[in-house]
Each structure stands twice: as structure tokens, then as C-alpha cells.
Design a protein around this ligand. Structure first.
Ligand code: ADP
Length: 319
């Protein structure tokens, strides 16, 4: 491996820049060339790449988003375009690629691998929904952003004696809702992985209210249902004044937390080391607090379930 490429793909996540910085700086430290590909697979198909030097990743470790920008690219699902993209890399002398993104991006990377490109995947998404790892870059920042919002909503909720339904990101997975709900003391946490009974949610609310609780927070992962609908039905069923907040894209932005920056830096550096060792078809991940290299094919078939004991604990503590 003499020349590696790096791209960010799929949804952006805070910490991707810190990861990119680590890939570029470790490559330079180890004496290999490194090129940044803009706008994920869309930019690769369009041949948008630039040589990266030490200064090209200066002053970005603390910034959200990705300076390489990112894209979703329908054309890349076509086998002929995958061959074309691999050709662009080979023409540039790039024989190995670091892909920072979600599992969709890793499936795209597998297509490039079939054309002889070495691949290391780095999990980057706020949702933490990538199989094969306990943690993804951006998740910690997103959870902290939601916590910050809960704190603010609590202040006003207490003053007005209101129930607040807060919708957070997570179409397929309730990880953000669970961690932010546990950390933020939510009364109920509704996630796509666990069926819920709205009557039970309401009974819990009324019990709290009768006990003299001044406010309640219900966290809803978007995949569990619409917060607007759920809020309406709670108000109808309980008669408690209910407000709905949809946090939306503020969860995707912001300066990465220390946790995200540190894992992103470690993973970026490790990706280069792994390629230099001759590795390919791997994804970096975190298991039991350790940085691990997982076989990519195997990782993508694993299940990434909700932390069930943690979910039960959140339920017990919010009685
Ligand atoms: P994420 O990487 O965050 O899961 P997506 O699922 O949107 O995001 O995937 C990002 C991009 O990766 C897609 O727009 C597409 O270009 C490429 N991709 C996703 N799945 C595949 C696949 N099965 N085969 C080839 N390319 C894919």
C-alpha cells in the first residue's frame, strides 16, 4: 500500500473530521500518500479527489459535519458504476480505501473490494445502529445534544406543569432515545425495538402526576411512531397538557464530545495501520471498551440489538 484514499459517506456525524484528520496524519507519519475523495461515492464517480497534506486537516478536530462532505448516491448501486469507481481509484494509483460511514456505505465498499480495492470501514453515524460494534462515531455527541435539550425542556416543563413528548432520531434503532432517556430521567422511552402500550404510558404519567410530579418527559425514537400523534393521544387519554418537541437535525450537528474525538482519532489511525499490515475487508469497532478489527462480511450480518438490561433499568428508575 503506497497511496490510500479516504471518504465519508451516508449521514454525517460529529467526529468524522477528527477521524479524517487521524487517517491523513497517520498516513503521512507512515510515509504513504493519502487522497481525500469528496462527497462519498458520488464524488468518487465524478473523480473529485484531492491530495491531502498535514495542513489540509488542520483546525477541524473540533468541528461537526465532514469537510470532505458526504452524499447518498443511487448510481453507485449499479454494478457498472462500481467498476467505473474502482477504475477511478486505480487510475489515481489508489489501491486502498478508508470508508467512514454507515452500513450502507460499507456495502458500497464491498462492491469496490470485488474490483480489487482494499477496504477498511470506520463506523460513523449518530444512530449507533451499525452491526459489529457497540459504538459509532457521533453517537456520544448526539446523546449529549439530546440531554442538553431535555434539561432545557425540563426547566420550562416544571414551571408549567406539563407533559413533554420529545422525538429523537432513530428510524431503525432506539439507542439515542435509550441513553438520553436514561441519562435525562425520562418517564417513558419509546423505541422501535420494543412494542409499547400507550395506556400503560398514560397510567404511568397519571401515577406520577397524582404523586405530585410537576412534569414528565417521554422520549420517542422516530421509528417508534410520530411524537405529534403520540402527544395528541396522551393528552386525550390523560387530560394532561402535553407539548411536543421534534429535535430533528440539531442532533446531527455540534462540536464532537471528547469521547467521539478520541475514538475517531484512534479508529482513523488504526485504519491506516491495518492497511499497512495488509488487512482488507475489515471494519473497526468497539467491543467491551476495546478497539477491535472485525471481518466486514461477518460484521454486516450481525444483529445490533438494544441494550435490554439498560432498557429495563430505565423503566425501573422512572417508576
Ligand atoms: P449509511 O452509510 O449511513 O448507512 P446509506 O445507506 O444511505 O447510508 O448508504 C450510503 C451510500 O452507500 C448510498 O447512497 C450508496 O451510494 C451506497 N450503498 C448503500 N448500500 C449499497 C449497496 N448495497 N451496494 C452498493 N452501494 C451501496
Amino acid at each position: 500500500v503506497k497511496h490510500i484514499g479516504v471518504l465519508t459517506s451516508g449521514g454525517d456525524a460529529p467526529g468524522m473530521n477528527a477521524c479524517l484528520r487521524a487517517v491523513v496524519r497517520m498516513a503521512i507519519y507512515r510515509g504513504i500518500q493519502v487522497s481525500g475523495i469528496l462527497r462519498g461515492y458520488a464524488g468518487l464517480l465524478a473523480g473529485e479527489m484531492r491530495a491531502m497534506d498535514v495542513g489540509s486537516v488542520g483546525d477541524i478536530i473540533h468541528r461537526g459535519g465532514t469537510v470532505l462532505r458526504t452524499a447518498r448516491c443511487k448510481e453507485f448501486f449499479e454494478p457498472e458504476n462500481q467498476a467505473l469507481a474502482a477504475g477511478k481509484l486505480k487510475d489515481a494509483g489508489i489501491d486502498a480505501l478508508v470508508v467512514i460511514g454507515g452500513d450502507g456505505s460499507f456495502r458500497g465498499a464491498q462492491a469496490l473490494m470485488r474490483h480489487g480495492i482494499r477496504i477498511v470501514g470506520i463506523p460513523g453515524t449518530i444512530d449507533n445502529d451499525i452491526p459489529g460494534t457497540d459504538y459509532t462515531i457521533g453517537f456520544d455527541t448526539a446523546v449529549n445534544t439530546v440531554l442538553d435539550a431535555i434539561n432545557k425542556i425540563r426547566d420550562t416543563a416544571t414551571s408549567h406543569d406539563r407533559t413533554n413528548v420529545i422525538e429523537v432520531m432513530g428510524r431503525r434503532a432506539g439507542h439515542i432515545a435509550l441513553l438520553a432517556g436514561l441519562g435525562g430521567g425520562a418517564e417513558s422511552i419509546l423505541v422501535p425495538e420494543v412494542p409499547f402500550d400507550l395506556d400503560e404510558v398514560c397510567a404511568r404519567l397519571l401515577r406520577g402526576h397524582d404523586r405530585g410530579k410537576l412534569h414528565s418527559i417521554i422520549l420517542v425514537a422516530e421509528g417508534a411512531g410520530s411524537a405529534v400523534e403520540i402527544g395528541k393521544r396522551i393528552e386525550e387519554k390523560t387530560g394532561l397538557e402535553t407539548r411536543v418537541t421534534i429535535l430533528g437535525h440539531i442532533q446531527r450537528g455540534g462540536n464532537p464530545t471528547a469521547t467521539d474525538r478520541i475514538w475517531a482519532s484512534r479508529m482513523g489511525a488504526q485504519a491506516v495501520e491495518a492497511l499497512l499490515r495488509g488487512q482488507s475487508n475489515i471494519m473497526l469497532g468497539v467491543r467491551k471498551g476495546e478497539l477491535v478489527e472485525e471481518n466486514l462480511d461477518k460484521a454486516l450480518t450481525e444483529r445490533n440489538g438494544l441494550d435490554e438490561p439498560l432498557y429495563r433499568l430505565a423503566g425501573v428508575l422512572s417508576i
